[in-house]
Ligand binder design. Structure first.
Ligand SMILES: [Zn+2]
Length: 423
């Protein structure tokens, strides 16, 4: 036994010393914590970790010259759908769920995760497979085993809603058909607990719920909706999630969903397009993150309005004021796009532009997808920053995004875990 332990120790130390070092010469290097842009820095990497940053030259096994580039940590998208390929209309959605097999959607998903990585997003939190089972767990596994190229992934598997409140909508089809659902349906607190336990057993890192539906605008311009869960159901989900040391992400558009989700212990509010001041106050007090998913709302607004559903258009008319008020009240903003809800061929870095147009500095906008997003994932100091001990998740671009935020739509070079994926 002792002999085996000794051999194992030698093997571990051999594999550590066998890891090659890489020196990256950075023309400009962004410190996302302080917002300072440093000139002519050398980042030393060993294996998948950053070892040191210094202005003096350091010996390494190989050198990557990025002296003409702006270098920063890989971006983090806190709201994606890797097995969805855009669903502006309910027909787009139904076609994917009914006409595409889950293996086919998984194949398409391999392209989505690669796209995210090449877009400079070295980490994503994927919020629901929309009828594709536990495919997100498989994609994450394939990425981690190096079978396909993709970002670090936190996944939430099926998502949870109450019976009859989510597509595929049975009344759109012949009633005798047995149709698949875009998530896991529950009725009652026991089924809620069972769903959380089943999803965690299958590999869910987060639990995702749909807290409300049927959004509408009142005459005074405020928004309301129908809550999906009873208090017992949503609290059971929150309790089971938190007791399992997982976190809860809640799709919630108005106070009817948002406040119920906050009371159940949600860590993040997704979309929240119709939130009011009380929601903002509670979120700021409790340190709950907001992923506002701005581009997707604008992208779907007109198409859905033409089909007789103008609610996204109404959100679009009020969201800028809502955003400004939430920031002023101290709500923590995390970068989340909902890409997959819109086509993966469209920009993933577009929400930064809205943030800056609506009052954030370029640096504050960048922090939503670096330091703040790392905090949302409980990964402070490991991702979203380039510092000793962090993962070597690094991107480079020609332009300086602290001066032109749209530069983030063109990432020229991507490294994840010390390996270069885009050159
Ligand atoms: Zn979504």
């Amino acid at each position: 036994m002792r002999h085996l332990i000794f051999t194992a120790l030698i093997l571990v130390s051999l594999s550590l010393s066998a890891q090659k070092t890489i020196l990256i010469k950075c023309g400009k290097l962004l410190d996302t914590k302080t917002g300072i842009v440093l000139e002519k820095q050398n980042v030393l990497i060993k294996g998948n970790q950053v070892i040191s940053i210094s202005s003096s030259s350091v010996a390494a096994d190989s050198t990557i010259d990025l002296s003409n580039y702006f270098v920063m940590p890989g971006l983090i998208d806190c709201h994606t759908h890797v097995v969805l390929q855009g669903d502006i209309t309910s027909e787009d959605y139904d076609v994917q769920v009914l006409k595409e097999s889950i293996p086919y959607r998984a194949i398409r998903g391999t392209k989505s995760v690669e796209k995210a990585l090449l877009n400079g997003f070295t980490t994503i939190r994927d919020l629901g497979t929309e009828g594709a089972g536990f495919t997100d767990v498989d994609l994450k596994k394939a990425v981690n085993k190096g079978i396909i190229n993709g970002p670090r992934m936190w996944v939430s598997t099926l998502a949870i809603n109450t019976t009859g409140h989510y597509p595929i909508k049975a009344s759109d089809y012949a009633w005798e058909l047995k149709l698949p659902k875009g998530l896991q349906e529950i009725t009652g607190a026991d089924e809620a607990r069972r769903a959380v336990r089943q999803q965690i057993e299958q590999g869910a890192d987060w639990i995702k719920i749909y807290a409300d539906r049927g959004y509408y605008r009142l005459a005074d311009g405020s928004f309301r909706s129908l809550p999906n869960f009873t208090t017992e159901e949503i609290n059971a989900i929150g309790d089971e999630t938190i007791r399992s040391r997982k976190k809860l992400a809640a799709h919630a558009m108005t106070r009817d969903g948002i406040i119920a989700a906050i009371n159940a212990g949600a860590s993040t509010i997704e979309h929240g397009s119709g939130m009011d001041e009380e929601c903002m106050k509670l979120m700021a007090e409790k340190g709950i993150f907001w992923c506002p998913t701005l581009f997707v709302n604008e992208y779907v607004a007109e198409g859905r309005a033409k089909l007789g559903s103008p609610i996204n258009l109404y959100f679009q008319q009020s969201i800028q004021a809502t955003f400004k008020k939430a920031i002023k009240m101290g709500v923590k903003l995390a970068y989340g796009t909902d890409i997959g809800g819109y086509d993966w061929g469209l920009p993933q870095a577009k929400d930064f532009t809205y943030f800056v147009d609506w009052g954030l500095t370029n640096m504050q906008a960048i922090q939503t997808a670096t330091t703040t997003a790392a905090e949302l994932l409980g990964m402070q100091g490991k991702i979203g920053e380039i510092k000793a001990g962090a993962f070597a998740d690094i991107i480079a671009l020609k332009k300086d995004p602290t001066k032109d935020i749209n530069a983030l739509q063109q990432i020229d070079w991507v490294m994840k875990d010390g390996k270069v994926y885009k050159n």
